[in-house]
Design a protein around this ligand. Structure first.
Ligand SMILES: C[S@@+](CC[C@H](N)C(=O)[O-])C[C@H]1O[C@@H](n2cnc3c(N)ncnc32)[C@H](O)[C@@H]1O
Length: 230
């Protein structure tokens, strides 16, 4: 079902992100890349961007590292990956690898990556614990797990406005821009059922991660989680 959703929205995915978040997702993604802190030189540094879709995080990391980072995008949906491949080439980063893969069973060896990122992807994965176990497995010791996800709004008034916006405006935008109201209704509903900041932090600790922290953006509309494999 998730695969159908992203096949349906792939063509208008980037435009919809800008419209729905009034461009805010760009700032949140830039902050995600700052936390990943890819080196511009020195020893090789490998990132896996899971559920990386159209390459937003991957391309930013490649730019921030002046092309030094070795970046692999893994996503279950070929339509999203294809758009990402074209964008990466146009941005001058044809060396970014795009692989079809399920976050719950990654086709990579243990301890292969220095960093793992997942932006607005983990709430779409049916077995979150399995995805976190895989993240832990493919990271090297000392590797950083970074997750950007919609989360729980903790600011009075903003939560009511956000509720109205999510359930009235976003499905209507989905209908008029992407021609698909149902997919955007699903995306909004999946935000409400995903574990909030504290519960997700608990899942990270249960998966074996240490130094688990998060920061909220825009009153908790999105949260950026960081954790380490020690
Ligand atoms: C909302 S998009 C996020 C794309 C990108 N990370 C971004 O921030 O713009 C969610 C992505 O998760 C992918 N996805 C959903 N379930 C997945 C799974 N089990 N394994 C890997 N990718 C998955 C979808 O195909 C889609 O590209």
């Amino acid at each position: 079902m998730v695969d159908d959703v992203f096949r349906s929205v792939a063509r208008r995915y980037d435009l919809m992100n800008d419209l729905m978040s009034a461009g805010m997702h760009r700032l949140w993604k830039n902050a995600t890349v700052s936390v990943l802190n890819p080196p511009k030189g020195g020893r090789p540094w490998k990132l896996i961007d899971v559920a990386g879709g159209t390459g937003d995080i991957a391309i930013r990391v490649a730019q921030r590292s002046n092309g030094h980072a070795d970046v692999t995008v893994a996503d279950i949906n070929e339509a999203m990956l294809e758009i990402g491949r074209v964008r990466a080439e146009k941005s001058g980063f044809a060396n970014i690898a795009f692989r079809e893969a399920n976050a719950e069973s990654l086709p990579f060896d243990e301890a292969s990556f220095d960093a793992y990122s997942i932006a607005f992807g983990i709430r779409n994965v049916p077995r979150v614990e399995a995805a976190l176990a895989e993240a832990h497995r493919v990271l090297k010791r000392g590797g950083n797990f970074v997750c950007l996800e919609f989360s729980e709004v903790d600011t009075p008034m903003l939560d009511r406005l956000y509720e109205l916006y999510s359930f009235r405006v976003i499905p209507a935008l989905g209908r008029s821009v992407a021609g698909d109201e149902d997919s955007y209704r699903y995306l909004v509903e999946s935000i409400r059922t995903f574990p909030n900041q504290e519960r997700f932090s608990d899942l990270l600790r249960a998966a074996g991660f240490a130094r688990v922290t998060y920061r909220n953006f825009s009153g908790g509309i999105a949260a950026l989680h960081s954790a380490w494999k020690t």
